[in-house]
Write a protein that binds this ligand. Structure first.
Ligand SMILES: C[S@@+](CC[C@H](N)C(=O)[O-])C[C@H]1O[C@@H](n2cnc3c(N)ncnc32)[C@H](O)[C@@H]1O
Length: 231
């Protein structure tokens, strides 16, 4: 089994509990509002053609569609794709959800105005190859916008649920950002791909929601960051 197969198996199994957490009724409305504001700030006005890579259960993809963008979401984990398709079908102008690899997205060059990802960079193999491929998918002036944090600066051995079993040494060896200690490591990947005007914004609204409602089980309260760059 390849490292990517192990990652896919983890997320396929994790899909129900991940989705439940994303849909938590106590903070759902506040989350929708906060993430709408974040993506609105990150991208030019709708409607844009947006590719959301590592879309998971489609949280970012559905918020982006709600802003009026034409969104396609891709992921490799079947359980996550199933949930994403359910959420997409439940809204008007919902995203199109497809099976696809974020490292080598199979779309024509210059077919999107923006490539987005949330919580993908840390679990992405070959991030430099991936971002270079995202840049190729962008039209001139297009935007790459990613959200992530330094989730496991002390390593993955005490990671939540059965994660460390899947994210074993073989998997960790192919994920350069999994144990990043600074968001600057993610910024460097975007800069190396030749993106211009790379900016980093701490997501204080999400930090405040996490502080108020509590973070995911076995996670620490951590600042998340939006990183954007232009082609
Ligand atoms: C932490 S989840 C984030 C899901 C979603 N973006 C969100 O914000 O809730 C990470 C996702 O990345 C996906 N993933 C990991 N590597 C991938 C790859 N190479 N191509 C596509 N998806 C990938 C996993 O299957 C999982 O759904």
């Amino acid at each position: 089994m390849s490292a990517q197969d192990r990652i896919n198996a983890y997320w396929a199994g994790r899909a129900p509990s991940y989705d439940e957490y994303q849909q938590r009724p106590d903070r759902f409305a506040a989350d929708q509002q906060a993430w709408s504001a974040i993506w609105e700030q990150a991208l030019p006005p709708a409607p844009l053609d947006v590719l959301d890579v590592g879309t998971g259960t489609g949280q970012a993809a559905t918020v982006l569609a709600g802003l009026g963008h034409r969104v396609t979401g891709i992921d490799l984990a079947d359980g996550m794709l199933e949930r994403a398709r359910e959420h997409a079908a439940a809204i008007a102008n919902g995203p199109v959800i497809r099976h696809g690899d974020a490292v080598h997205p199979d779309f024509p060059a210059a077919s999107f105005d923006a490539v987005t990802s949330r919580y993908l960079m840390w679990t992405l193999r070959e991030p430099e190859v991936a971002v270079a491929n995202w840049v190729r998918l962008l039209r001139r002036g297009g935007t790459v916008a990613v959200v992530d944090s330094t989730w496991f600066p002390h390593g993955l051995d005490n990671a939540p649920e059965n994660m460390s079993a899947h994210y074993d040494t073989q998997v960790q060896a192919v994920l350069p950002l999994a144990t990043a200690t600074s968001i600057d490591q993610t910024v460097a990947v975007l800069e190396k791909a030749g993106l211009r005007e790379v900016t980093v914004t701490p997501l204080t609204s999400i930090y405040e929601l996490d502080r108020r409602f509590g973070v995911a089980p076995n996670h620490d309260l951590q600042m998340q960051f939006l990183i954007t760059g232009q082609r």
